[in-house]
Design a protein around this ligand. Sequence first.
Ligand code: FUB
Ligand code: ZN
Length: 644
Amino acid sequence: MLAAGQALPGDWRSQGVLHLERSPHAKLRSVPVRAVRITEGFWHKRRQVNVERSIPTLLELLEENGIVDNFRRLSGRKQVPRRGPLYTDSDLYKWMEAVAFVLQSEDRPELRAQFDQLTDEILAAQEPSGYLNTYYVEERKALRFQEQQRGHELYCLGHLLQAAIAYWRATGNRRLLDGGIRFVEYLIEIGGHGKQPLLTGHPELELALVELYRTTGDRRHLELAGYLLRGDGERLKLTPRDYVYLFSGKPFVERTKLEGHAVRAMYACSGATDYYMETGDEAYWRTLERLWRDLVSSKMYITGGVGSRAQGEAIGEPYELPNALAYTESCAAIGNMFWNARLLAATGEARFADVMERALYNGVNSGMSLDGTLYCYRNPLELTGNPEDKIRNPWYTTTCCPPNLQRVLASLPGYFYGISSEGLYVHLYDNNVLDWKLQDGMALRLTQKTSYPWEGTVEILVEPAAAHAFTLFLRIPGWARSAEVRVNGQAAAGKPQPGTYFAIRREWRSGDRVRLSFDMTPRLVASNPLVRENTRRVAVERGPLVYAMEGLDQKGLESLFDAALALPSKGFASEHRPEFLGGVTVLRHAGVAAEPPLASLPLYQPLDQAAVRRTRKVDLVLIPYYTFHNRGPTPMQVWIPYEP
Ligand code: FUB
Ligand code: ZN
């Protein structure tokens, strides 16, 4: 047992987003965020905006909206009423976690000071017992753990722990972590079988507890995660509806499909994957595999978004993937990315990296505006252009998504690589320098130079400290129609297969160069016809990016919805425009427009008179989906009709 304040095993500097050094069922170990420097390029730009605009402005909003004052009022530092929904503590914790990840990459004294100041405010509000929550206090104190379906007490603790662990890994400072451990001790004291039954209500604490276990080595932290994943439904008197919506309360291994609240489901699956990596419990793996197949076969949007319904923020039936009504909360796409990153760590299988990349570049990336001050809660795949549709906003009463997006961008270097006993896995491509070591201790520098995702060539300079035999596993994205790998100018032996890792085992010497080339020809993608809304429509992808059409780019069209892509065709023209939308590759394609415009047709008419004539030739322009709605309200669609 490890009490607050007792020495933590391991070196905080060497721990990644997930610390998998001692995880017996993880195939890959993580590389620390600080070991990967993302240099000028696609993600560098997004990360700069994150740290310079997004993170500072969100703290101002958290202050303005009383989220920090909710702690100050408990310590008597301010006499103000509590503000916001019952889970606001978690929004501050997520913001702090984002800051902690920034600090893992570089020291920013101002951010560090803000984190320390907030730690003071938070710990001053913690009760001597260890309990900490700004909602269940005063007249609501009697309700503690009495309404766990909606209460978010454990959810907030999960986010507190994640922020605290990330800060410890950034600075070696464990004040907040000790506060978190005190709360966990309190839970262990009151909770579990025979005592107060516990329910996460909103899964999140499960993954945080497994990470806490990886940090402290205290097995009780893992056991508590296991208890939560098994659920205590009978004693809590949960209904079948609760089990569906909450994605917690009953044994995780009895789940047969993805359902209920999308973020809850994604976090539960993430936590269960973490638990599997520590325990190797095969029942968990079987369930995870089954749920993953359910996701990719019928419940995931092409953007990596998850959750079709506004009602209950829920995952729909198989193939229920509406476009305009898509709920696709940013947090759910983030949860999808987290889950697949964990599955990837567990197995080293490229299918998980493909989903992780899809979510990251599209459904997650769309969530933050290009200037870093506006956020999507929903990320629909179609917009009518109604100015009342407030898709990007600086603040939400439920402001879970903004700091979630910030923590993803801040921690992104930690997702690029993995280490196995055989060598190094390269999961993601962008300009960066890795300075780390192989599992046998050999120091290794690796430098990627590329214009990915705009171009498909990646140059990799390999520099081990001394000539050394190991395997370089290079991800060949599943979307690549063809790929080529060269080592020091020579074609590598073997055929690189999309959707796998291409393994090159050799004695690597400092100065060795690998060159990867992926075919970046834009692709037309059809969906299963059971997604009824996408009948006779195509989506367009180029590299890892999903594309979309916005009304304001289409010249000579009265309405975006009058147009169709003219197929078959000579294909797309790609043009890189460095000044447009933060620098993007725009696609052009021949189209045809309805003549007369569709809006001039009656709502209903006899079938034999109803044929739509799309005869007028137009030039259609597509932009990357993640940039949609950055220029004000305008119609948008991902799934585009086509005319044969
Ligand atoms: O309940 C906390 C967060 O608020 C969820 O993750 C989001 O879906 C939103 O409901
Ligand atoms: Zn959210």
